[in-house]
Write a protein of this length. Structure first.
Length: 212
């Protein structure tokens, strides 16, 4: 995998979630009961500069499949310094998912949005998803993943719960309700509301793909 630098050498542990010190430690997502596993890292300054150079009022989206022989193309995103760094990083994230899940392809969605795409606390109806925010506020998840009643995610008690927020560039793995023997659980998370500046948020989600 490409060389990327961690911003932390410590392990942060919450009820049913982990923030690990090394990229390789993301395998802890497979441990029973662990619903969220993340790794903090620096964002390539070239990526940050490229995203800042784009029209900050224009929403963009790219949906692609990536494999060992097919890198993301981002055909809808304009050329510019740092674009290749973004493509390489997306290829790395897809590689992480392919290696973790043993799939030949990964599906990515890179989106620049000015709104919270999924503002309410929810659980994904899938196995495992990787999320990374390049620009703007990061994904939020509940600190107490084990004690929340998943049938009452819109209750006042859940809305008042302590949350954890991903930092820019942080790789976050979210276990879904369709993961084996995880149907009663799943990572409770949400998209953050836009900040006061109302600037666009740029994030990517990566899902494992299996072809018939």
């Amino acid at each position: 995998m490409s060389q990327v630098r961690s911003v932390s050498e410590t392990v942060t542990v919450g009820p049913s979630w982990r923030r690990v010190p090394e990229l390789a430690d993301l395998t802890e997502i497979f441990e029973p009961g662990v619903q969220v596993c993340s790794w903090q890292r620096d964002v390539d300054p070239g990526i940050t500069a490229y995203l800042a150079s784009l029209d900050q009022n224009q929403e963009l989206q790219a949906i692609e499949a990536s494999s060992a022989t097919k890198q993301p193309t981002l055909s809808r995103f304009p050329d510019g310094p740092g674009r290749n760094s973004l493509v390489e990083d997306l290829a790395l994230l897809c590689e992480i998912v392919r290696e973790l899940l043993g799939c030949s392809e990964a599906g990515l969605r890179l989106a620049r949005v000015g709104r919270a795409m999924c503002p309410g606390w929810h659980i994904d109806r899938m196995g495992i998803r990787l999320v990374c925010t390049y620009q703007g506020p990061g994904t939020e998840w509940l600190d107490d993943q084990g004690g929340v009643n998943r049938s009452e995610l819109q209750s006042d008690r859940v809305r008042a719960s302590t949350l954890v927020q991903a930092t820019p560039g942080e790789i976050v793995l979210l276990k879904g309700a369709l993961w084996q023997e995880n149907d009663a659980f799943g990572a409770v998370h949400r998209s953050p509301e836009p900040g006061v500046s109302k600037t666009l948020r740029t994030l990517v989600t990566v899902d494992p793909l299996w072809r018939e």
